[in-house]
Design a protein around this ligand. Structure first.
Ligand SMILES: Nc1ncnc2c1ncn2[C@@H]1O[C@H](COP(=O)(O)OP(=O)(O)OP(=O)(O)O)[C@@H](O)[C@H]1O
Ligand SMILES: [Mg+2]
Ligand SMILES: [Zn+2]
Length: 392
């Protein structure tokens, strides 16, 4: 199950910062900490196992289809395959080849990591340039690699390809020259024509757990000599919603503010979102029917400059999870992917408090959220929903 609370808002915010950051610093965090070997790829154990095994046996397929949520390692894995295919040490050293990893030292590996290998062609199907490049694909496939053994085409956002592009690709996949590897990456696998998909080796990338993201963030903070509180890490990880890239970009943004120490408030302010503890406290006021405390807290959140619509969304998600845990406690297992144990415990306690009548409050909040987006005073629909919802 996927819960997308704020991905759009988040993306806009971070693309902005990512650009600013790359301009001012040499290397963005998510590039600097991109896994260089299969063993660095987290949370995709099955994929790693299969690909490593085929690398050991030197049995690389001619076409792959990678699907799965954003920021989970698709492009990273595509580059790993490109390195496996062209790594010079693997070609000259059979013992090393049996390790199933790229060497990351030869000119092929380094140039691929730096994105300047002429035999690795990355095409972003979502951009205009991508469309032209796909048009040239048939031609390009016919020319053998310029320097290395294989010519690798990585087609990102493949679901954006046009019908003509799919047709061109199909021709290539039917009879690929021995030196060609085509890797399609997409977040929307259902948009890939079956004729194409059936000619590829398919891998579905898993959504990443909060815990795995937190661990990597801590590792990065260490590497950057930044001290960061546990609450701050947890909030960054959950704001990433299962995407390593989003979480890493947020950490990047915080580091670029020049702080050597990052605490919860820094993260809250950066994302305009309050942390889980405050959210939980607020939900508690609602479940206890404490209208006074709820309205006061809401006004403080508003004054604090947080995005109120975002807050409403988070609140709805929180209460929805509490309701689900009330009616179906076994759902806790499923929520483990998205939430850390501490948060789950808070939610479960609120799940126990949840009453039939709170469903009505939840409905009112959802309705208010719908109205907020068109209101000049977004706090008002939320206040009204709370007052009405808590009225006996
Ligand atoms: N499985 C992973 N393990 C460790 N780090 C990861 C993993 N997946 C992604 N990352 C981090 O996130 C960054 C972006 O990953 P990548 O470009 O591979 O994602 P993607 O799946 O292609 O996403 P999108 O669908 O948005 O293109 C990487 O540079 C890396 O730092
Ligand atoms: Mg990608
Ligand atoms: Zn190498």
């Amino acid at each position: 199950m996927h819960y997308v609370i704020s991905s759009k808002h988040f993306r806009i915010l971070y693309t902005k910062y990512a650009i600013r950051y790359t301009e001012s610093m040499s290397l963005a965090i998510y590039r600097k900490y991109r896994p260089l070997s299969f063993s660095d790829l987290l949370g995709q154990e099955t994929i790693v196992k299969i690909l490593k095994e085929s690398a050991k046996q030197d049995r690389i397929a001619h076409a792959y289809l990678f699907s799965g949520p954003r920021g989970t390692g698709k492009t990273t894995t595509a580059r790993l395959i490109a390195k496996i295919a062209n790594c010079e040490k693997r070609i000259s050293d059979a013992k090393f080849r049996a390790k199933g990893e790229p060497c990351n030292e030869c000119s092929a590996c380094i140039s691929i990591d730096e994105g300047r290998n002429l035999d690795v062609i990355e095409i972003d199907a979502a951009s205009n340039r991508g469309i032209d490049e796909i048009r040239d694909l048939k031609e390009s496939v016919r020319l053998s690699p310029s320097k290395y053994s294989y010519k690798i085409f990585i087609i990102d956002e493949a679901h954006m390809l046009t019908k003509d592009a799919w047709n061109a690709l199909l021709k290539t996949l039917e009879e690929p020259p021995h030196y060609v590897i085509i890797i399609l990456a997409t977040t929307e696998t259902e948009k890939v024509p079956a004729t194409i998909a059936s000619r590829t080796q398919q891998f579905h990338f898993q959504r990443i757990t909060i815990k795995q993201i937190s661990e990597k963030l801590i590792h990065i903070a260490k590497g950057e000599h930044i001290s960061i509180s546990k609450e701050a890490v947890d909030l960054i990880a959950s704001a990433g919603e299962g995407s390593f890239r989003d979480a890493e970009s947020l950490l990047d943004q915080l580091i670029s503010f020049g702080k050597k120490e990052i605490v919860l408030e820094d993260v809250e302010h950066a994302i305009g979102k309050i942390g889980f503890h405050k959210l939980s406290e607020f939900a508690g006021f609602l479940l206890e029917k404490n209208t006074d405390a709820a309205l006061k807290a809401l006004s403080e959140i508003h004054e604090g400059g947080y995005n109120i619509a975002q807050f409403a969304k988070d609140l709805i998600q929180y209460l929805r999870r509490a309701a689900v845990l009330h009616y179906s406690p076994s759902m806790r297992e499923l929520f483990k992917k998205e939430l850390i144990e501490e948060y789950l415990t808070m939610l479960a306690a609120h799940g126990a408090l949840f009453k039939e009548s709170d469903l009505d409050l939840l409905k009112k909040l959802i309705e208010a959220y719908g109205n907020m987006r068109y209101s000049q005073f977004p706090i008002i629909p939320l206040e009204v929903a709370i007052i009405e919802g808590l009225k006996k």
